[in-house]
Design a protein around this ligand. Sequence first.
Ligand code: NDP
Length: 353
Amino acid sequence: MPAIHQGKVLVSGGSGFIGAHVCSALLVEGFHVRTTVRSSDKGEYLKKKLSEVSGGGGTFEYVIVEDIGAPDAFDDAVKGVDGILHTASPFHFNSDDPNELIQPAVEGTINILKSAHKHNKDVQRIVVTSSVASVMTPKDTPTVFTEKDWNTHSPQQVEEKGKEASRLDFYMASKTLAERAAWDFVEKEKPSFDLVTVEPPLVLGPCIHDIPTKDRMNTSIAKFYELFSGALKDADGDKLIEPLSNIVDVRDVANTHVLALTIPHAGGERFITASDRGMVTNQDFVDALHKRLPDNETVKKNVPIGEPGKGQTINRHRFANDKAKKVLAQTFYSQEQTAVDTFLSLEEYAQKW
Ligand code: NDP
């Protein structure tokens, strides 16, 4: 049960929404952090930002890995680290070709495991950011998904339909196949490290990564931004209570990664990290904003009112967080707090766009 409590940790994808928070959470815990980014601009932004927000006793450095899917991409980056958190993976619905997501997701994951296995026997544990996309399959009735579940649907859709499968299935297949590949690698190669996977649903919360323009928001945050950009201002009540997703706060997701790295008996396990209530709707978000920020001008102007409280009546699938609570002693932000903090953070970014 190797786990680490100090030393140097490699984080892939520190320039991302989740990756930046993971770096910050490690620094607060006193770890030395090395992250991979695709350009020195992104690295320099992060260095400055993390020195402002993180405190803690750790040090920060970045290295350039332009393409996680390229052979031997991480051979140098893994040298001298004690643990690895692999967050980098494409998350978007913009491609016509499933392989644009599946190739970097799967090869990126295998590359980082392979490089550690080949070049650094001191690595104790690798934590891979997977997703509930690897857990859920479509169901007609309200379902509680747990870590025992696997998405068999999306890989099959992509295999059968190729480019004609849905873009959602492209992404969901990329996460499922990448996570499967990681578990298969560990099973077959028996490396020095053990593996933990983290499975978040839609991640929201305050941003600390660089978002130079609004079209560069990551996918989950862009979804929330619709709410106060005015895009949903005239939405009718039905639109607002369409089931959206389960959510989790990015600060909780970062914490899950640190706990997954440091708790010995987390080794070899998958952990769903999701806030308590389960399914959320836009109505829940607009209720939170009107309740907590009644005098905010943007809320008053752009955020619809809909039918307050009606979101609470929606019951669809839920991702169970019991295992994270029990094994990792994880706590979660309320959905209301996450909605408010996401809003306030985006409002600040929006002043620069
Ligand atoms: P972001 O798009 O903000 O971050 C993705 C990160 O991966 C960025 O650092 C990006 O670099 C990097 N990356 C992507 N493709 C490549 C590549 N080919 N080569 C090198 N680097 C690459 O997304 P999130 O932070 O939201 O997602 C991070 C992880 O969390 C992903 O694995 C995602 O699947 C998973 N996840 C996210 C959820 C969410 O709601 N946000 C929910 C569940 C799981 P760059 O900045 O240069 O583009």
